[in-house]
Ligand binder design. Structure first.
Ligand code: MF3
Ligand code: CO
Ligand code: CO
Length: 255
């Protein structure tokens, strides 16, 4: 594993890329309503990234992915492909945005609810956000990746939810997916020790049912095997001298 420690010049570019990615999610929020298709959301994000931000949507053509964002509703865990699917009341959906600006990536995702979610969906979404927040609060020099995974896993299990193991957070920079792998489960004090200048994502995928997943025949869409609901939130994070800087923080958030 070769983890890149970013220079201050690289960090400044990652701040810009992270801010742009977060701004796409803020832009799209009012359009995530009943009656919209996931393709319409894709087109709006694509046009905003390309024409307003003068940036590149990283998913488009990445390993053959056909669209500019990932849209993962209900029992879709991740990597959902925007389509003519119409969103309806009580749907929940993850929108995952990655932009490339000046050669550097910013990667972030949020959950949206269409209308009023079921009590279960609300609990799942809130618990998954808490998992991300607890993971972020664990990011500081001297702590380990195992510490992050452990706190996420423990919180999910306390709420009787399960943690997807097949997908994880990742280093990010000039590459979309760099070392290290950031697992959302683990043991305290194990794995890589964090150092200032490391940049990686935390992006827990938490299921209401069992943890098992399968990939559909489109080779991208990952769903829960038991068709239970799944939620995910993602931020891109910089390890600082004293803790963490959330490069994809939205205006509505405080870390
Ligand atoms: N944004 C996803 C992540 O968080 C990766 C999507 S890859 C794609 O790592 F090809 F599906 F876009
Ligand atoms: Co990511
Ligand atoms: Co992402």
């Amino acid at each position: 594993m070769s983890v890149i420690i970013k220079t201050s010049e690289q960090i400044e570019k990652m701040r810009t890329a992270g801010r742009l990615a977060s701004e796409v999610l803020e832009m799209i929020e009012p359009y995530v309503i009943a009656g919209v298709t996931t393709d319409e959301l894709n087109t709006r994000c694509h046009d905003y990234i390309v024409n307003t931000q003068h940036a590149i949507p990283a998913p488009l053509n990445y390993r053959g992915f056909p669209k500019s964002i990932c849209t993962s509703p209900n029992h879709v865990v991740c990597h959902g492909i925007p389509s003519d699917k119409v969103l309806k009341p009580q749907d929940i959906i993850n929108i995952d945005v990655t932009v490339i600006k000046d050669g550097y990536h910013g990667d972030t995702s949020v959950m949206f609810c269409i209308g009023t979610p079921s009590l279960l969906a609300k609990r799942l979404i809130e618990t998954t956000y808490e998992c991300l927040k607890l993971g972020i609060e664990t990011v500081k020099p001297g702590n380990t990746l195992g510490d992050i995974g452990h706190i996420i896993q423990t919180h999910a299990h306390q709420h009787h939810f399960s943690v997807v193991r097949e997908f994880c957070g990742h280093g990010i920079g000039e590459g979309f997916h760099e070392d290290p792998h950031v697992l959302h489960y683990g043991k305290p004090k194990q794995g890589l020790t964090l150092e200032p200048g490391m940049i990686f994502t935390i992006e827990p995928m938490i299921n209401a049912g069992k943890r098992f997943v399968k990939t559909l025949s489109d080779d991208w869409t990952v769903v829960t095997r038991d068709r239970s609901l799944s939620a995910q939130w993602e931020h891109t994070l910089l390890v600082t001298q004293t803790g963490v800087e959330v490069l994809t923080q939205r205006t509505s958030e405080q870390f």
